[in-house]
Design a protein around this ligand. Structure first.
Ligand code: PLP
Length: 365
C-alpha cells in the first residue's frame, strides 16, 4: 500500500537468492560468489586500524579525501585513461547510481550488452530510464551489426564491462574502438565498468579500456575485487569535470560520503601488489576450463573470475536446480540475460572446491 511504483520495476537479485541458499547449506560447493575468496591483505587491515586509532573517524569530504582523489587521478592518467577529475563513491554500485542520476532523464535509453551484470538494468529502470539490450552471444564479443540497430534518438548511454561479469570476456582494442567511434558519431556517453581491470589472464600488459580511447566516457573502478575489500565499499568514477562535479553534489544528498577509514586504507592498497593472487586465479581459470570444456560448449574466459558455459539441453534454470540437489551452487544465466541457456560459475573459490565442482558438473552434463 505504501510502496512506490518504482519498487515494481525491480525484483530481488537472482544472485542473492543462490547466496542465501548456499549460506544455509552444509558444506556447500559454492561457486556462486561474486567476490574474491581471499581476505584483505594484513598490511591494508593494519593501515585501517591505525587510522581508526588516530581518530580519522569524522565525516569525510563528500567527493572523497583529497589524497585518494589525487592518487587515483595520477594512477589513471599514467594508464592513459581520460580523467579530468575523479570522485570517490560507495563502490562501483554507488558510482553507477550517481552517474546515472546526473546523466539520465526519464525515457532515456541505456544500451547494455546481453548478458551483463544485473545492476545496470535495475538502476536504469529505477531512475526512469529504459534499458535496451544488444546481443553478444555466442562468443560474447561486441559487434557493430548488433550494436548499431539498437541505437535510437533516445540512446544516451552505452555501458561496457571488460573484463566481464558474467562471461569472463575481455574486449579487444578493435571492439572498443568500434564502440568509441559509434559513441562519438551519435553523441552518446560511455560507461566503462573496469572493476576487474587487474584480473586478466592472457598476455602481460593490461587489456585496453574505453577510457584510453575517447573523452565522452566515465571510467568506474574500485577496491572490492583486486584487494578483496568488498565490504569496505570504496569505488571511484573518473571522467569529464562537469559530470564529476555534479556527482559530488549529488553524493552530498544521497550518501553524504564514503567511509573515512576505508578511503585511507584504499590510498595504501593502491600500491599493494596483488600479482600472486592474480597468478593463482589464472591457475583456477585453467583448472575449471580444462575440467569442463569437453562436456560443455564454453568460451575460455580471458579475465574476471567467471566462466559461462552453455548447458547441455539449453535449460540453465533446471540445470542449476539439479546442481543444487548435489550441493553445487552456481547462478542461472537467466539472471544476467534474456536467454536461459547458460550458467555462471565463479572460480573465486579454493582449488579443492573447484575440483569438487568440476566433478559434479561433469556428472550432470
Ligand atoms: N561491476 C561489476 C561488473 C561487478 O561484477 C560488481 C560486483 O560483483 C560490481 C560492479 C560492484 O562493485 P562494488 O563492490 O565496487 O560496488
Amino acid at each position: 500500500m505504501w510502496l512506490a511504483q518504482r519498487v515494481q520495476r525491480v525484483r530481488p537479485s537472482g544472485v542473492r537468492k543462490i547466496f542465501d541458499l548456499a549460506r544455509k547449506a552444509k558444506d556447500p560447493v559454492n561457486m556462486s560468489l561474486g567476490e574474491p575468496d581471499f581476505d584483505v591483505p594484513v598490511p591494508i587491515k593494519e593501515e585501517a586500524v591505525e587510522w581508526t586509532r588516530k581518530g580519522f573517524n569524522k565525516y569525510p569530504p563528500s567527493g572523497g579525501i583529497p589524497e585518494l582523489r589525487e592518487k587515483l587521478s595520477a594512477y589513471l592518467k599514467a594508464r592513459g585513461i581520460f580523467c579530468e577529475d575523479v570522485v570517490i563513491t560507495p563502490g562501483v554500485t554507488g558510482g553507477i547510481l550517481l552517474a546515472l542520476m546526473v546523466t539520465l532523464d526519464p525515457g532515456d535509453e541505456v544500451l547494455i550488452p546481453d548478458p551483463s551484470f544485473v545492476m545496470y538494468e535495475y538502476q536504469t529502470s529505477l531512475l526512469g530510464g529504459t534499458p535496451v539490450f544488444f546481443d553478444t552471444y555466442p562468443d560474447f564479443t561486441l559487434r557493430e551489426e548488433l550494436l548499431r540497430p539498437a541505437i535510437t534518438k533516445k540512446t544516451k548511454i552505452i555501458i561496457i564491462n571488460s573484463p566481464n561479469n558474467p562471461t569472463g570476456a575481455v574486449c579487444s582494442r578493435e571492439e572498443l574502438e568500434m564502440v568509441a567511434r559509434i559513441a562519438r558519431e551519435k553523441n552518446i556517453l560511455l560507461f566503462s565498468d573496469d572493476i576487474y581491470e587487474r584480473f586478466f589472464y592472457e598476455g602481460e600488459s593490461a587489456p585496453p579500456c574505453l577510457g584510453q580511447l575517447c573523452e565522452n566516457v566515465l571510467t568506474f573502478g574500485g577496491f572490492s575485487k583486486t584487494w578483496g575489500m568488498t565490504g569496505w565499499r570504496v569505488g571511484y568514477v573518473a571522467g569529464p569535470k562537469d559530470i564529476i562535479d555534479a556527482m559530488v553534489t549529488m553524493l552530498q544528498y544521497v550518501f553524504s560520503g564514503v567511509h573515512s577509514v576505508s578511503q585511507k586504507a584504499a590510498v595504501f592498497a593502491l600500491d599493494h601488489p596483488m600479482d600472486d593472487v592474480i597468478e593463482a586465479y589464472r591457475r583456477k581459470r585453467d583448472l575449471i576450463y580444462d575440467g569442463i570444456r569437453d562436456r560443455f560448449r564454453v568460451v575460455k574466459p580471458k579475465g574476471a573470475y567467471y566462466i559461462f558455459p552453455e548447458v547441455p539441453g539449453g535449460d540453465g534454470d533446471s540445470f542449476v536446480e539439479r546442481a543444487l540437489a548435489h550441493n553445487l551452487f552456481i547462478i542461472p544465466g537467466s539472471v544476467f540475460s534474456r536467454r536461459k541457456s547458460h550458467v555462471r560459475i565463479s572460480f573465486a573459490a579454493s582449488e579443492p572446491v573447484i575440483v569438487k565442482g568440476i566433478e559434479i558438473l561433469r556428472s550432470l552434463a
